[in-house]
Ligand binder design. Sequence first.
Ligand SMILES: Cc1cc2nc3c(=O)[nH]c(=O)nc-3n(C[C@H](O)[C@H](O)[C@H](O)COP(=O)(O)O)c2cc1C
Length: 195
Amino acid sequence: MKELQDYRTADYEIDPIYLKRWSPRSFLEKDVPEQVLYSLFEAARWAPSAANVQPWRFVVARTVVDRERFLTFINDGNKAWCRKAPVLVAVISKAVEERFGGKNPSHAFDTGTAWGFLALEAARKGLVTHAMGGFNRQEAKKLLQIPEGFDVQAIVAIGYQGDKAELNETLQEREIPSNRHRVEDFTFEGLFPNE
Ligand SMILES: Cc1cc2nc3c(=O)[nH]c(=O)nc-3n(C[C@H](O)[C@H](O)[C@H](O)COP(=O)(O)O)c2cc1C
C-alpha cells in the first residue's frame, strides 16, 4: 500500500503536519466529540488579522436538520461525498469593518488564515477537513440568515477519514494526496519575474 511520502515530500525541512493535511472525500459516519470539534475553532481563534479585528465567523451544522439545510445549497458534485461528513461548517468573513470606515481589505486573507489553522489542528488530531467552493453563495447567505456585509468564503466538511471503497469510481481515482509546485516556482527574490 502506498504511503503519504510516496505522494508528498518536502524539499526544505518542515513539520510533517503540513504534508499530513489533505482533503479526502471519504468520511466515516462517526460523530466528532464536541470538545474535539471546538478545539479546531480554538486553533482558528489564534490566527493573526489586520488590527486584530478577527473577521472570521463559523456556522456549524452537525444535527440532521442543520446538515440538510447546508446540503440544499451545496453543489451536487460535492453533495455526492460530503453528505456523509458529520460536520459541515460555513466559513464566513466580515467584509465591512466599522473600524476601517468601510471595507476591510484583508477580511478574506485573514479568514483564510483562520481556516488554515483549523485545518492543521484537525490533521494534528487525526481528523480530516475538505473545503468546498462549489456551493450557491446567495442561497447559503439566505438560508443561514447571514446579514449584509458578510461573505461566505467556503463550506468545510469535517470528520474522520472513511474507506475510499465507499466512494464512486470517479471519486476513488481522485482519492489521493495531491502534490505541489516547487518553492522556486512561486517564490522570487527582489522582483516579480517576467512570466
Ligand atoms: C476555497 C477552496 C475551495 C475548494 N472547493 C472544492 C470543491 O468545491 N470541491 C472539492 O471537491 N474540493 C474543493 N477544494 C479542495 C481543493 O481541491 C484541494 O484543497 C486542493 O486540490 C489541494 O489538495 P489537498 O487539500 O488535498 O492538499 C477546495 C479548496 C479550497 C481551499
